[in-house]
Design a protein around this ligand. Structure first.
Ligand code: SAH
Length: 241
């Protein structure tokens, strides 16, 4: 719809184009899509099938269960998408590099990726190599297809695009932005089932609030994600053991 070449664009190759925009069509991402802050192009891999039955998959060489997406069909679908060579070409894959907030920020700052969604047992290795697809994982578990993983990636990128989030600072403070998980949040009512909001948050002392939040974020990160805590760059606070 939007042919503006400078707009951040996700081009999704899938066997199930009817899944899109799906959740990307509502709330923050959906409003931004309707107002032209980003563009979504969904392409059906099956349109590149060449045989009478429009088949896209075949049995795995060497045997074993399931089906594999054919290299020739997928390569034709990628080529037909005609995306500029300076756009990232991603393949959603449980074998891929784990997606992180810093990678998301990098992708959001670029032109927007081509994203291939696998199905079945995955895709023929040769198309990954021949089209230089970079494999991206959304976690150490197996989904039945790449579409939901692609939506997670796109959603995470879109909310960082200029103008998408209400306040420009709302992305700066949240989980992972400083290598920390976010501090706990509270809102009215003042007391919920006998639990008051921590006094400091209603004290009006902004410096104390900031110090409390920093300490809470550090304690949470140390307790829940020692991997993040250990990998943090920059100075650690005096509470570091
Ligand atoms: N047999 C494969 C799994 C195939 S799952 C294996 O063991 O590695 C089918 C498709 O779902 C994959 O091709 C991929 O596109 C997608 N998918 C599944 N889990 C994923 C994950 N954790 N991250 C990203 N994509 C995933």
């Amino acid at each position: 719809m939007n042919s503006n070449p400078t707009i951040w664009r996700a081009t999704v190759l899938t066997l199930f184009p009817e899944m899109f925009p799906g959740p990307l069509g509502v709330s923050l991402a959906g409003r931004a899509l309707s107002s032209g802050l980003w563009a979504l192009e969904t392409r059906d891999i099956r349109d590149s099938a060449t045989d009478r039955h429009r088949s896209v998959d075949d049995t795995p060489a060497g045997g074993g269960p399931g089906m594999v997406l054919r290299a020739d069909v997928l390569a034709a679908a990628i080529d037909a998408a005609g995306v500029a060579s300076d756009r990232p070409r991603l393949l959603m894959s449980p074998r891929g590099r784990p997606l992180t907030q810093s990678w998301v920020a990098e992708l959001a700052a670029g032109l927007g990726p081509l994203i291939v969604c696998g199905r079945f047992e995955g895709v023929d290795q040769r198309v990954i190599e021949a089209r230089a697809l970079e494999e991206v994982s959304v976690g150490d578990y197996v989904l039945s297809g790449g579409e939901i993983a692609a939506m997670a990636l796109i959603d995470a990128c879109v909310r960082l695009l200029p103008g998408v989030m209400g306040k420009c600072e709302s992305g700066a403070d949240e989980s992972f932005s400083e290598g920390l998980l976010e501090y706990p949040q509270y809102t009215r009512p003042q007391t919920f089932e006998g639990r008051p909001i921590p006094d400091i948050l209603t004290s009006g002392d902004h410096a104390k609030v900031a110090a409390w939040r920093q300490a809470e974020a550090e304690a949470l990160t140390r307790a829940r994600r020692p991997d993040l805590w250990g990998g943090r760059k920059g100075p650690k606070s005096t509470t570091d053991g």
